[in-house]
Design a protein around this ligand. Structure first.
Ligand code: NAD
Length: 351
């Protein structure tokens, strides 16, 4: 099922006031989601927010990183806007982000990367979309030490025919709907002959159903180099979970940094919108984080719930503020920068 079909379902089931789950997250999350809420509010779209803690904040309050109330709310509203959630490295609780994607089978992680006029960057005119498989392979959480001495560790990555077919079809359908020309299937089938090999085989099978779209495949290591050498050659990229995670941060870097990269996690029954970046603990609470990524994610969310005009207005307002370059955060202009809230105010003024 494609983005527009999902969108039309969301639209027909909704009335004038949309009920949406909000997870402010931790680190820079609360300051950024607050800015996004203000921007949405300024468009006139009416939203009743159901706000919940998850991750670190929920552990402190409820001793549970993913309380049942969060799951119940998303199951009801079917749409969420989420701030980043910190995941402890190595030890501690498992990623709540991964758990949410699995819980609602949000198999498609859509991460556009587009050049903004006004951003100092090595490249111009990048306009690519990464479609990352979001539920399988090395993020399945099937891992363990082989013994108590931790002499070895094993992570099992399972790639299924069903999972690969639906994500690759999603990418091709997205390309058709958006008038895009080419889909690049990224893999490591020369070494991971079974998992990556299956993904590539299915890519070739699915491509036959879309003769109007050019299909090419690239091995992940070459892909990383090609994206740095000449990112303009890419249009829609579809790949497995881990490669997609890494390539989408790379793509964010090509267009000016994580502060500009939005993402959507989409399944048949629910969708969660968020920035690609994490909780940025190094700048949390300083009100210097760039709100563009979460605001652009909110714009994608508005399109999803049938408020496409407001979504476009927001995206244009963000682009205008970045183009002018006067009221932007430190990542875009180290001298004479403004705060997160001031940049959000400038975006609101442009609406
Ligand atoms: P990060 O994305 O939080 O930060 C990487 C770098 O980018 C930092 O220097 C940070 O200051 C900068 N940055 C990030 N967002 C920015 C913004 N909006 N404006 C300006 N600069 C920005 O990555 P990390 O430090 O590796 O991860 C921190 C935590 O976030 C980890 O616990 C990780 O697991 C988690 N994480 C969560 C999500 C999510 O919730 N979806 C995604 C990625 C990472």
């Amino acid at each position: 099922m494609t983005w527009s079909l999902l969108t039309s379902i969301a639209t027909t089931e909704r009335t004038m006031t949309h009920t949406i789950t909000l997870i402010p997250g931790d680190g820079v999350g609360p300051e950024l989601t607050e800015a996004a809420k203000r921007v949405i509010n300024a468009t006139g779209v009416k939203i009743e927010w159901e706000t919940f803690d998850a991750g670190l904040n929920a552990i402190e309050k409820y001793k549970d990183p993913l309380p049942k109330s969060v799951i119940e709310s998303i199951a009801k509203t079917r749409v969420a806007l989420k701030g980043p959630l910190t995941t402890p490295i190595g030890t501690g609780f498992r990623s709540v982000n991964v758990a949410l994607r699995k819980e609602f089978d949000l198999f498609s992680n859509l991460r556009p990367a587009k050049t903004f006029e006004g951003v100092r960057s090595r490249y111009q005119d990048i306009d690519l979309v990464i479609v990352r498989e979001n539920t399988e392979e090395f993020y399945s959480g099937i891992e363990h030490y082989v013994d108590a001495r931790k002499s070895a560790a094993e992570t099992i990555g399972i790639v299924t025919r069903t999972g690969s077919e639906r994500i690759i079809k999603f990418a091709f359908d997205y390309a058709v709907e958006r008038g895009r020309k080419r889909v690049t299937v990224v893999h490591k089938a020369n070494i991971l002959k079974y998992t990556s090999g299956l993904f590539l085989d299915i890519g070739r099978e699915v491509a036959k159903q879309y003769p109007q779209i050019e299909m090419e495949d690239k091995i992940i290591d070459n892909m990383a180099m090609q994206m740095v050498l000449n990112p303009n050659q890419f249009d829609v990229i579809v790949t497995t979970n881990l490669f997609g995670d890494i390539l989408s941060d790379l793509a964010s870097g090509l267009v000016g940094g994580l502060g500009l990269a939005p993402g959507a996690n989409i399944g048949y029954n629910a969708a969660i919108f968020e920035a690609v970046h994490g909780s940025a603990p190094d700048i949390a609470g300083k009100h210097i984080a760039n709100p563009s990524a979460i605001i652009l994610a909110a714009a994608m969310m508005l399109e999803y719930i049938g408020e496409a005009d407001s979504g476009k207005r927001i995206a244009c307002a963000v682009a205008a503020v970045i183009r002018e370059g006067k009221k932007v955060t430190r990542d875009l202009r180290p001298d004479n920068c403004v705060s997160t809230d001031e940049m959000a105010n400038a975006i609101i003024e442009k609406l």
